[in-house]
Design a protein around this ligand. Structure first.
Ligand code: TRP
Ligand code: SF4
Length: 350
């Protein structure tokens, strides 16, 4: 990786989410929990940037943006409740940092259409979201905007789930292409970041399919105890256990999968034994699963209760100011490399 004069010692990490509304346990296990771990890693001392990709929401919801403001607040509360700490991480809103739009424009100039049309999620989402017209420039450009989000902070690592890997790969290809066309005093301006694949356990929703907002099968980070217990009660189980006396198999049961992620070894042993011998009922077993979930949700909900909306918004505004400063450092180099500055004197507007 090329050395940059403004590259500090600490390795930088950047990631974000689209504001889709209240986050669920799948979002937490698949992304947020890992971000918090990176933020708190005492050995690595990462410089962390985590953001809410509100412009990305427009790529699919451009015709009906009414929900976006509330969704931003919901995600922000979930970020803070999950343990992202504005003292340790820069938490910001994409649309408050206009440099994202500027770098998006610049990268757009060098993005071959073929690369964008080949991104797997492009055709997939067009086929799935048939209620919306996604034959737009903005939707095709989604991965370019994401590349801009990332490269703007010259990060070393981008923690993402499997579903975003292809986007980070395209980001690396765009960085390489940029660096071939433009250099600054012979050196590269946009280093290629590496994706940090988040190891995510299989987390089923209440209907047994992957937990996902679009399936309506989620357990939210903000669901209180009675709601969590109720959702588990209606959760599907091993179909072999029709009657209380039928033995079952936790390996074939979505509740069993939850136990594997959230329960202690002792509980797990009780579940395996009791389920396979029909010694326990599913109601009892689900109660134990709920206990395990609530152990994770408890601290999250305690933190949430201590946050006011005005404090949360102030955190996002302040984070966005800091992010914009860092982003501007990169853009000064980008503009100069692309010969977009009249003056050869660098205007480091810090
Ligand atoms: N595409 C990501 C998602 O749907 C959100 C996102 C936008 C993102 N820009 C990013 C993630 C930059 C990581 C880095 O979840
Ligand atoms: Fe699933 Fe537990 Fe019922 Fe077994 S006892 S089928 S693991 S809910």
């Amino acid at each position: 990786m090329p050395e940059l004069s403004n590259r500090p010692e600490r390795p930088r990490v950047l990631s974000g989410m689209r504001p889709t509304g209240k986050l669920h346990l799948g979002n937490y296990m698949g992304a947020l929990a890992n971000w918090v771990k990176l933020q708190n890693d005492p050995a690595a001392q990462y410089e962390c940037y985590f953001f809410i990709a509100d412009w990305h929401a427009l790529t699919t919801d451009y015709a009906d943006p009414a929900q976006i403001t509330q969704n931003i607040k919901d995600v922000l509360f979930d970020y803070l409740a999950a343990g992202l700490d504005p003292v340790k991480s820069v938490l910001f809103l994409q649309s408050r940092v206009p440099q994202h739009a500027e770098l998006f424009l610049a990268l757009g100039m060098i993005s071959p259409l073929g690369w964008l049309e080949r991104v797997p999620s492009y055709k997939e989402m067009q086929e799935n979201l048939t209620t919306r017209d996604l034959t737009t420039f903005g939707f095709l450009g989604y991965p370019v905007l994401m590349a801009a989000d990332i490269l703007l902070y010259q990060p070393h690592f981008v923690p993402v789930g499997q579903d975003q890997q292809a986007h980070v790969e395209l980001t690396r290809e765009l960085a390489r292409r940029f660096n071939q066309f433009y250099r600054l005093e012979g050196r590269e301006v946009l280093p290629e970041p590496k994706s940090l694949l988040t190891p995510s356990p299989k987390l089923p929703g209440t209907d047994g399919r992957k937990m996902s907002k679009s399936y309506g099968n989620t357990i939210l980070l903000s669901d209180l105890e009675p709601v969590v217990r109720q959702k588990l009660k209606t959760m599907v189980t091993d179909p072999a256990r029709q009657r209380r006396t039928d033995p079952g198999d936790p390996d074939k049961c979505p509740v069993g999968d939850l136990h594997k992620v959230f329960s202690t070894a002792e509980t797990m042993a009780k579940v395996c034994e009791g389920c396979r011998t029909a010694g326990i009922g599913c109601i009892e077993c689900k109660g134990w699963a709920a206990d395990g979930l609530l152990r994770v949700l408890g601290p999250i909900q305690e933190r949430r209760a201590a946050i006011t909306e005005s404090a949360a918004i102030e955190i996002l505004e302040e984070g966005s100011r800091r992010a914009a400063q860092r982003a501007e450092q990169t853009m000064v180099e980008v503009r100069e490399a692309m010969k977009m500055l009249l003056s050869t004197v660098r205007s480091r507007a810090m």
